[in-house]
Design a protein around this ligand. Sequence first.
Ligand code: AOS
Ligand code: ZN
Ligand code: ZN
Length: 388
Amino acid sequence: MTDKATAAAAIRRMGVETASWAYANSGTRFKVFPQPGVPRDPYEKIDDAAVVNRLTGAAPTVALHIPWDKVDDYDRLAKHAEGQGVRIGAINANVFQDDDYKLGSVCHPDPGVRRKATDHLLECIDIMDATGSDTLKLWFADGTNYPGQDSIRARQDRLAECLRETYDRLGERQRLLLEYKLFEPSFYTTDVPDWGTSYVHCLELGPKAQVVIDTGHHAPGTNIEFIVAFLLRTGKLGGFDFNSRFYADDDLMVGAADPFQLFRIMHEIVSADALAPEAGIAFMLDQCHNIEPKIPAIIRSVLNVQEMTAKALNIDSGALADAQQSGDVLKANEIFMDAFYTDVRPWLAELREEQGLDPDPIAAYHRSGYAEKIAADRVGGQQAGWGA
Ligand code: AOS
Ligand code: ZN
Ligand code: ZN
């Protein structure tokens, strides 16, 4: 078991990255229910992210999405973030929204479309340079809907070529994270459908390329913590897009559907000593708050990650190792479950008080008057995909 002081230090240093698009209006293909007070531009998204960070003390970075967060002056945006006490995190590229991308982006059969897509990825690296971001996050909607529609193999070659050009443009302290997703929007083949495909491309590219695991992007029943353990072992885990799901890519609040899964994932992180920021694992949220108020939902998500991490730190690792070594299956499982069932919320509340934070960040948010203020000040808030 990590001693209390070490566990407290680990929790205090852990940062969860929130996503700019989660502060904006979002919905399903059936309906977007607009909410009062949502940000009208990227600056206001950063303001909201800063509120989450101030209340939790645990959300120091915010991911951007280009072009949804396109601005004229990225240096100014980064300075605005800094002034609010947060930093720009991963830059998420978007090569899925233009009409040109109907048959794909970096895997498209037309070299002209591939050029356009690759140029966008390079532009995102320029934005990293301007904002100080060290992470380029790539998710490709590329794939096919019908057998025979395109060559599965040729598409892999095209993907590798575009990734190579992008990788070679990365600066010394920059990296690329390649996200996989089983299906959607393509329904027959997806060009980066699983961790293995992402892993092999990252391996071919080099040390600055790593896999990012979006917890909602697997077939039902997939053992995600196994993937975490495997990728950690090979140094190829770059981070997470956290969210939870009941059916497919639901993008619900992390820890809402299956807190035990989140605990099991965080146990792999803790036991590989990969929690500290130096380990380079980005704990990002990729969620959409379609019916719940956004800022408190994001606070809830940050707290859920923190809570499951605290439980993982609470596992009696010495006793667990002994039980494992001696083949005591029941004891090992009991130790594991005991940590999961132990309520760490009072301890986390104490920690917050020690940091000068409110022990209950959601209640503090409701008391702050911020929701009323933004509802009055901001008229005509953005939809997540605005400007694309
Ligand atoms: C899409 O399903 C992915 O989860 C991506 O991470 C995507 O870029 C993100 O949701 C923002 O659009
Ligand atoms: Zn994602
Ligand atoms: Zn997704």
